[in-house]
Design a protein around this ligand. Structure first.
Ligand code: TXA
Ligand code: MG
Length: 326
C-alpha cells in the first residue's frame, strides 16, 4: 500500500562516480525519483515502466496536468523497442542521437511503458541523451527513464544540481551531481509520427540543421498545444459518456470510486491515496471504456476527487474526458 504522504526529507546529493551512479540506478529500480544531468537541463527521472514512480513525478513537480513525459534511452536500438520509426525518423536519430533531439513517434503495442508516460496518447516522446553521466545511468539502470525537466511546474529549468535542490524538495530521493548542463536549453522536439515532420518545440538543435534531413519543417509551437481541450479530446477521451462528481448510485453505469469500493465496480484507491489513484487512472478508464463498449454498462460515473496535490491533474483529465465531443 503506498504511503499517504510523501517523504518530507530533502534529496540526497550523489557524486557522479561509479558509486553514485550505482546508487542512483538502485533508487530508480526501487521506484524512487532521481534527478540527473543531461546535456540540455537536469531531468527528474523515474522508471518509465512503473506507474507509481511516474505518478510521483507529477506530484513532485506539482504539475496540475498529466503532460506526457520524455523517455530517455541508451541508444537507438532501445528506442526502436518502444516506438515505430519511419525512415525519416531513423535518419533524424542517426544524425542527432545521442544529443538534444526528442522524437515523437507512434508507440509499439508491446511497449511496456506506464500509461502516464504518454498520458494515454498513441505516441511517445523519446530521446537518447549525450551527457556521459546520463549515459552511465542509463547503462547501469538498463531500462527506459521517464524525465521531465527537474523543476517545479512553472519554474525555470535547472542547469545545475543546486537548482534542482532549490526547486524540488519533496519526493525526490537523490540528485546526481554532474555539474553544469552545457546546452542549458531543453531539447528540440520533432513530431515524426506522421508523413511530414512537425517542429513542436525549439531547443538545443537548430531548425536549419533538422531541415537538412526533413525538408521544410511545419512548426506547431502553440504553447500548451498538447493541452488544448479540442486536441486532447480525440486522443485522451474514452468513447463512453463519462460523468464526474457522481454519487455512484446508478448501477447501469460503470462506477469508479475513490476510497473504499463499497458497491462501485472499481476504486482508484481503496485508501483514498491520490498517488495510487493517479497511477491507476488511465488503466481504469480504458477498462471502463471497454465494458461500456461491450454493452455491459451505459456510461461511466466517477466519484468526486479532492482538488489538491495530484487530485488537480486527475480532475483536469476527468474534466476533459467528460467534456462534450463533436
Ligand atoms: O531537454 C529536455 O527535453 C529535458 C531533459 C530532461 O531531457 N526534458 C524536458 O521535458 O524538457 P519536459 O517534460 O519539461 O517537456 C516535455 C515536452 C512537453 O512539452 C510535452 O508536452 C512534450 O514534451 N511531449 C511529450 N510527449 C509528447 C507526445 N507524445 N506528443 C507531443 N508532445 C509530447
Ligand atoms: Mg519543462
Amino acid at each position: 500500500m503506498p504511503q499517504a504522504s510523501p517523504p518530507a526529507d530533502r534529496p540526497e546529493r550523489l557524486a557522479a562516480d561509479a558509486h553514485g551512479i550505482a546508487a542512483a540506478a538502485g533508487l530508480l529500480r526501487a521506484g524512487k525519483l532521481v534527478a540527473f544531468p543531461t546535456e540540455t537541463v537536469y531531468g527528474l527521472g523515474a522508471d518509465a515502466r512503473n506507474d507509481l514512480a511516474c505518478a510521483k513525478v507529477f506530484e513532485a513537480k506539482g504539475r496540475p496536468t498529466f503532460n506526457p513525459l520524455i523517455v530517455h534511452l541508451r541508444d537507438v536500438e532501445a528506442a526502436e523497442g518502444l516506438a515505430e520509426f519511419s525512415s525519416m525518423a531513423r535518419d533524424l536519430a542517426a544524425a542527432f542521437w545521442p544529443g538534444p533531439l526528442t522524437l515523437v513517434l507512434p508507440l509499439r503495442s508491446d511497449h511496456g511503458l506506464s500509461s502516464l508516460v504518454s498520458a494515454a496518447l498513441p505516441t511517445v516522446a523519446l530521446r537518447v541523451p549525450q551527457n556521459p553521466v546520463a549515459q552511465a545511468l542509463l547503462a547501469e539502470f538498463d531500462g527506459p527513464i521517464a524525465a521531465p525537466s527537474a523543476n517545479r511546474s512553472g519554474h525555470l529549468s535547472p542547469t545545475q544540481a543546486d537548482h534542482v535542490m532549490h526547486s524540488l524538495s519533496v519526493g525526490v530521493a537523490a540528485v546526481l551531481d554532474g555539474g553544469d548542463c552545457p546546452v542549458g536549453l531543453e531539447s528540440t522536439i520533432v513530431d515524426a509520427s506522421g508523413r511530414s515532420a512537425k517542429l513542436l518545440r525549439e531547443g538545443g538543435i537548430a531548425r536549419e540543421e533538422l531541415e537538412r534531413i526533413t525538408g521544410p519543417l511545419v512548426a506547431d509551437l502553440t504553447p500548451g498545444r498538447i493541452a488544448a481541450p479540442g486536441q486532447m479530446a480525440s486522443h485522451y477521451a474514452p468513447r463512453a459518456a463519462l460523468r464526474i462528481n457522481s454519487d455512484l448510485r446508478d448501477p447501469t453505469r460503470y462506477r469508479i470510486a475513490f476510497g473504499p469500493q463499497h458497491d462501485a465496480d472499481v476504486t482508484l484507491s481503496e485508501s483514498a491515496d491520490l498517488r495510487e489513484a493517479a497511477s491507476r487512472l488511465f488503466g481504469i478508464l480504458h477498462l471502463a471504456d471497454a465494458r461500456v463498449a461491450a454493452g455491459d454498462f451505459t456510461g461511466i460515473d466517477v466519484a468526486p476527487i479532492p482538488a489538491k496535490g495530484l487530485g488537480l491533474a486527475i480532475n483536469d483529465r476527468l474534466l476533459r474526458a467528460a467534456a462534450p465531443r463533436p
